[in-house]
Design a protein around this ligand. Structure first.
Ligand code: GLU
Length: 427
C-alpha cells in the first residue's frame, strides 16, 4: 500500500480508476448496473512462465491477461513488462482500455496483460523466451477475434514479432492480425511505432488551440522519455511547440530556450540516459518536468505521478496525459480549482490503440495503406475524438461547474458501452 508523507494510506491505481468510473456513471445518469458490470473484469487469466536463464537457473515468472469487457468486440490492449506491476494494476489498466476503445469508436473491448519483471535485466535470449512463453501459456484465450495484444511499457515491436511468431506456430498458420504494433516487415504498419506520441502531440495542439490561443511557440514539458514521451516531444516540436524539459529515470534536462528533440532522442538511444544530452540544466529528479514553467505538462511515464503530495508544484495551464492514470482524482480536483485543464489518458494517449486498429484492419484485408495515408487517418480520428469530447465538456460545464474533461470523455465512452450492453441483453 502506498502512503503519503504523513503516513495516510493513498488510494491504489485501481481504486482511482473505479472512482473515475463511478463518477462517470453518476454524471451521465446511467443505471447502477452499468457500474456493476464495468467495475469487474470478465476474466482474469494467471499463468506461469518457466524460463531457462543464461546461467542455467530455471526462473518461473507469473503472467497475467485481464480481459475486462467484450461488449464492443474482441479484447484489445497492450502487455506490460515492469518490475512493479501487480495484478491489481493490470485490472485498472484493462478497465482504462475498455473506456479508451469505446471513446475512440473502435470495435474493441478492453484488456491488458502484464508480467512482473524488469526487461532491462534480461538478456535478449531470456526476453525472447519470456515473450514466447507468455504466448504459449495464453494462446487458448488469444486470437484476432478474441483478444489482440500490443506493446505497453517495457515491450516493443520486437517482442510483438516473437509473440506473433509463437502464436502462428501454435496455430500452425500465419495469423498477423492477432497482435498489433509488429515490425513493418511482419505485417506491421510503420506509423504504429510513433503513433501514441504522435496522437499526444495532435491532442496537445488541439488543446492549445482551444485554451492557449495556438500551439506554435507553446512550451511543453515531458516527464518520461520512453516510446510515448520521445515521440510526443518529436511531433510536438514538428508541429511548432517548444519542448523545454524531458526526463527519464536518470533525471531531467531543462532548457527554457528549447531542447533539440532529435538530438535528445539520439542521446537516449545511444547511451540509455537522456541526461547525457549535452546542453541545458540537469535536474536530478525525474519528476522535475512536472514542475517547470511550461504551458503544457505531459506525464508520459506511468500511473500516479501527479498526486495530492506534489500537485501544488505543477504550474502548467494544461496537462496532457500520455501515460495511463498519471493524475489521481484528488490531484485533478485541485488542478481544476486552479483553472488547469487535464486532457485525460483515454483521449490523449489513444493514438496507439487507434493505430493498432488500423493495422488490424490492414491485416484482416491482407492489404497495406502505407505510412502517409495511415498517419492522415490517425490524425483525423484523434482530432475528431478531441472535438467530440471538447463539445461535450463545454456543454456539461455550462450546467455544472465542477465537470472535468475526463468526465466528458467518460460520459461519451459509457454511452456507447451502455447501448451495446443493453442491446446484448447484459443490462
Ligand atoms: N498499450 C497501449 C495503450 O495503453 C496500446 C494498446 C494497443 O495498441 O492495443 O493504449
Amino acid at each position: 500500500m502506498q502512503r503519503d508523507r504523513a503516513g495516510r494510506a493513498l488510494a491504489s491505481f485501481l481504486e482511482n480508476v473505479l472512482e473515475i468510473l463511478r463518477r462517470g456513471v453518476k454524471l451521465g445518469g446511467f443505471p447502477e448496473p452499468l457500474y456493476k458490470q464495468l467495475s469487474r473484469p470478465e476474466r482474469i487469466v494467471i499463468v506461469k512462465i518457466p524460463v531457462r536463464m543464461d546461467d542455467g537457473r530455471l526462473e518461473v515468472f507469473e503472467g497475467y491477461r485481464v480481459q475486462h469487457n467484450s461488449a464492443l468486440g474482441p479484447y484489445k490492449g497492450g502487455i506490460r513488462f515492469h518490475p512493479e506491476v501487480t495484478l491489481e494494476d493490470d485490472v485498472a489498466l484493462a478497465t482504462l482500455m475498455t473506456l479508451k476503445n469505446s471513446l475512440a469508436g473502435l470495435p474493441y473491448g478492453g484488456g491488458k496483460g502484464a508480467v512482473r519483471v524488469n526487461p532491462r535485466e534480461l538478456s535478449v535470449r531470456e526476453l525472447e523466451e519470456l515473450s514466447r512463453g507468455y504466448v504459449r501459456a495464453l494462446a487458448p484465450v488469444l486470437g484476432e477475434q478474441v483478444d489482440i495484444p500490443a506493446p505497453d511499457v517495457g515491450t516493443d515491436p520486437q517482442v510483438m514479432a516473437w509473440m506473433v511468431d509463437e502464436y502462428s506456430k501454435v496455430l500452425g498458420r500465419n495469423v498477423p492480425a492477432a497482435f498489433t504494433a509488429k515490425p513493418p516487415v511482419l505485417w506491421g504498419n510503420p506509423v504504429r511505432e510513433y503513433a501514441t506520441g504522435f496522437g499526444c502531440a495532435v491532442i496537445s495542439r488541439e488543446a492549445a488551440e482551444k485554451y492557449l490561443g495556438g500551439f506554435r511557440g507553446c512550451s511543453l514539458a515531458i516527464q518520461g522519455f520512453g516510446n510515448t514521451g520521445q515521440w510526443h516531444a518529436y511531433w510536438a516540436a514538428k508541429l511548432g511547440a517548444k519542448v523545454v524539459a524531458v526526463s527519464d529515470t536518470s533525471g531531467a534536462v531543462y532548457d527554457p530556450e528549447g531542447i533539440d528533440v532529435e538530438r535528445a532522442i539520439e542521446v537516449k538511444r545511444k547511451t540509455g540516459k537522456v541526461t547525457n544530452y549535452p546542453e541545458g540544466e540537469k535536474l536530478r529528479d525525474p519528476q522535475a518536468p512536472l514542475y517547470v514553467d511550461a504551458d503544457i505538462v505531459a506525464p508520459d511515464a506511468i500511473e500516479n505521478q501527479i498526486t495530492v503530495e506534489n500537485v501544488d508544484k505543477v504550474k502548467a495551464k494544461i496537462i496532457v496525459e500520455g501515460a495511463n492514470g498519471p493524475t489521481t482524482p484528488e490531484a485533478e480536483k485541485k488542478l481544476y480549482e486552479r483553472g488547469v485543464v487535464v486532457i485525460p489518458d483515454i483521449l490523449a494517449n489513444a493514438g496507439g490503440v487507434v493505430m493498432s486498429y488500423l493495422e488490424w484492419v490492414e491485416n484482416l484485408q491482407w492489404y497495406s495503406w502505407g505510412e502517409e495515408e495511415t498517419r492522415a487517418r490517425l490524425e483525423r480520428i484523434m482530432m475528431n475524438n478531441f472535438q467530440r469530447v471538447y463539445e461535450r465538456y463545454e456543454e456539461l460545464r455550462s450546467r455544472r461547474s465542477d465537470v472535468t474533461f475526463r468526465d466528458a470523455a467518460l460520459v461519451i465512452s459509457l454511452q456507447r458501452l451502455y447501448e451495446a450492453m443493453k442491446v446484448r441483453g447484459w443490462l
